[in-house]
Design a binder for this molecule. Structure first.
Ligand code: TYM
Length: 351
């Protein structure tokens, strides 16, 4: 059975982007593959969470994974920090990772800008590099942020995964993971790690848009609709979505904010509902107020049962602890097996 690995950082509640970009695939894959789904708590340290908040966020994601329907009997669910072998593999991969290639990744540059408190005002990246090396800068960029892709590669290849269900925003990280797997093999002249591929149930990578005009939905973008949001909150967020005065020509191309509304509808509503509003748009008869009302209703119908389960599961600490312990055990066992072989390949004592 092929192995699947994926993870989500505990940075708050799961939102629709996480669900449709990743979790939906987890649910479909857990029946057919040997699945490892983890909570990327080491990765979240790049934002230096307070221990209490970290604990809370990890519990939140665990409850939400389970409420969405990830089944601990079918998939191994665990915290990244419970599988220390991942950190050892991360160390080995870092020895063969170039600072230059890590610095060139788009997500590093974006996040480094955030840590350095600089705005992106052009497509020129020399601003980040200059500021990183500027001794006078009172903010610094952590080595953990730079080596984020090697840790992600370690997460994946420690289980020798072939498939990784992730959203479109992870493509560059996945490219790096394949590169580091290949590099290990060629450095030691072995055929040990397979190259992991991104996996999308719908054949193409998903990017759930924000409803604030442009870009993707995300926590740090401040435009997320969360699975736990109640009906009123969902309605408020959707009714605030950016729209315009409507098309003046039949069948005109949709500007980005409008295209985003339709993309969201395509994701959560029925095909009939989508077609109905699409036709209205094409005939210049669209009323965005009506469309948003329908969209809010459909998002709420989708979230309501998950929301209820989240509240129940989060109240059951015994169950959550049992799931976490069982997952840690299973994931560690498999990781230790890989690591024994890795140590031997490198030239260390294996056990
Ligand atoms: P994270 O925590 O940012 O996001 C978790 C998952 O949600 C997907 N996602 C989206 N998909 C579509 N549209 C959106 N608007 C959207 N927002 C988020 C992400 O693509 C991701 O699949 N680096 C990873 C965590 C990670 C990981 C791994 C993933 C660490 N190690 C190993 C897979 C394998 C991250 O930051 O995801």
């Amino acid at each position: 059975m092929e192995t699947v690995v994926s993870g989500i950082r505990p940075t708050g509640n799961l939102h629709l982007g996480n669900y449709f970009g990743a979790v939906k695939s987890f649910l479909q894959m857990q029946d057919e593959y040997n699945c490892y789904f983890f909570i990327a708590d080491w990765h979240s340290l790049t934002t230096h969470p307070h221990p209490e908040n970290l604990r809370k966020s990890v519990k939140t994601i665990l409850s939400e994974y389970l409420a969405c329907g990830i089944d601990p009997e079918k998939a191994t669910i665990y915290m990244q920090s419970d599988v220390r072998e991942v950190a050892e593999l991360y160390l080995y991969l870092n020895m063969n990772a170039g600072i230059g290639e890590l610095m060139r990744t788009a997500s590093f540059k974006d996040k480094a800008r955030q840590q350095l408190h600089i705005n992106r005002d052009s497509n020129d990246d020399s601003d980040v590099e200059k500021e990183i090396f500027n001794e006078g800068n009172k903010h610094s960029v952590s080595a953990g942020l730079l080596t984020y892709p090697t840790l992600m590669a370690a997460d994946i290849i420690i289980h020798k995964a072939l498939k990784v269900p992730v959203g479109k925003d992870q493509e560059q990280n996945m490219e790096m993971a394949r590169r580091f797997a290949r590099r290990f093999n060629s450095t030691y002249n072995v055929d040990f790690f397979p190259e992991p591929a991104s996996f999308h149930m719908s054949a193409k990578a998903i990017k759930v848009p924000g409803l604030d005009g442009s870009g993707k939905m995300g926590k740090s973008e401040g435009n997320a609709i969360y699975l736990v949001d109640d009906e009123k909150t969902i309605k408020k967020k959707v009714m605030k979505a950016v729209s315009d005065a409507g098309p003046t020509e039949p069948n005109s191309i949709k500007p980005e904010p409008i295209a985003n509304l339709f993309t969201m509808m395509e994701i959560v509503s029925t095909k009939d509902t989508y077609d109905y509003f699409n036709e209205k748009y094409n005939n210049c008869e669209i009323r965005y107020g009506d469309m948003k009302k329908q969209l809010a209703e459909d998002i709420n119908s989708f979230c309501a049962p998950i929301r209820e389960r989240i509240l129940d599961i989060a109240a059951n600490d015994d169950y959550l602890n049992r799931v976490a312990r069982m997952g840690a055990e299973r994931a560690s066992e498999n990781a230790a097996k890989t690591l024994r072989e890795v140590r031997e390949i490198i030239g260390f004592r294996a056990d």
